[in-house]
Ligand binder design. Structure first.
Ligand SMILES: [Mg+2]
Length: 367
């Protein structure tokens, strides 16, 4: 086998996936999953399918950056050298980085290259990327949206507990602290605290520092596993102040777009749970760096969304703590990952291990 694998063909397209369930948080609604695919063909004929996403806007900009700038630049590059490939992609887009659109676009190419080379080598991603553990605990997010009435919230939490999930994420950020606290207190009362069932809180960046400190101190009574994105994500110093003012672990990462933004949070002690999103961080290559960085700070990673891909990455590293259970690819995949005893198992098929249904992908193509 030739160890070198020049990319001979690169294509990108955009699909729109309907949301599987209504999803609202303190700042926004999930409108549709704009899913941008990149397919790479290597000199040996091996192929890889990568993807990236937005939750409703900007997908066209990602596609445009890929078609006009990134894909022409990758033809001829060696897909077996992910670091060199990633650096070349960055060099091609220096004028628009660090930034969301660029990171999302690079991620589609990077994940496609990992898919192509690991398929060629007959290795599943979780193993090729480190192979630390075969499965990770998963927690449910679908029962905890902010628009749900407290009764629905409690129902969702109890259903998740009965289904064996390790915990549930509950959105916070109602207009008053009292309303948030009522909802959380009802959930904790319903699930109890005997079996270790965790409650994860997520504010989606909605608080100011004063409000975040007040609410966090009040939320301590329900013993949450973490408070996620309590403040604007580009303000690590405010997170540092909050982290010093509460016993609840602070989680961040879904709105960070470079490895050095994570380095800032980790070194300041501004967050103790890191949540890199493989699309928003620019792909598998930088995702793994964030996970390893977290390990050097004795921090776990609990990646954001994209469970179909993150299960393999969380299993690849020793500090993969959880995968967030939010199915969103059911319409375009042939099989869905099953939760077994509260855990998701890394796919053992070569490549990313996502069982795409290409006919259904083609049907949803809009550009
Ligand atoms: Mg979140």
């Amino acid at each position: 086998m030739n160890p070198r694998e020049p990319i001979v063909r690169a294509e990108a397209w955009l699909c729109e996936l309907a949301v599987e369930r209504p999803r609202t948080d303190a700042m926004q609604s999930f409108r549709a999953q704009e899913t941008v695919f990149v397919e790479l063909t290597l000199a040996s004929g091996a192929r890889g399918l990568g993807y990236t996403y937005t939750i409703g806007t900007g997908g066209g900009a990602v596609l445009s950056l890929l078609r006009e700038t990134l894909l022409p630049a990758v033809v001829g590059l060696d897909a077996t050298r992910p670091e060199a490939l990633w650096t070349a992609l960055l060099d091609t887009t220096r004028a628009t980085t660090v930034g969301a659109i660029t990171a999302l676009a690079i991620a589609a190419v990077d994940t496609a290259a990992w898919d192509a080379t690991t398929r060629r080598d007959g290795r599943p991603l979780w193993q090729a990327a480190g192979g630390a553990q075969e499965s990770v605990p998963t927690y449910d997010t679908e029962g905890g949206w902010l628009h749900l009435h407290v009764d629905e919230l409690v129902q969702g939490a109890v259903a998740a507990q009965q289904a064996g999930f390790a915990g549930i994420k509950v959105k916070v950020g109602k207009p008053s602290l009292a309303e948030d606290l009522d909802r959380l207190t009802a959930v904790r009362a319903a699930v109890g605290s005997a079996d270790g069932f965790e409650i994860m809180l997520d504010a989606n960046q909605c608080f100011t520092l004063d409000d975040a400190i007040r609410r966090a101190r009040a939320f301590e009574a329900i013993d949450p596993a973490w408070l996620e994105e309590p403040l604007p994500a580009d303000d690590p110093l405010a997170h540092q102040q909050l982290a010093r003012a509460t016993t609840i672990p602070i989680a961040v990462g879904e709105s960070l777009y470079s490895i050095r933004q994570f380095q800032t949070y980790a070194s300041l002690g501004a967050a103790t749970i890191l949540q890199p999103d493989v699309a928003r961080i620019g792909g598998i290559t930088p995702w793994l760096k964030v996970a390893h960085l977290a390990e050097t700070h004795s921090l776990p990673v609990a990646p954001h969304f994209l469970m179909e891909l993150h299960v393999s990455l969380a299993c690849a590293v020793p500090n993969g703590r959880y995968v967030e259970h939010v199915p969103q690819l059911s319409a375009i995949t042939r099989t869905t990952q099953q939760v077994r005893e509260g855990r998701l198992h890394a796919p053992i098929t070569p490549g990313l291990g996502i069982d795409w249904n290409r006919d259904e992908i083609d049907r949803r193509r809009i550009a």
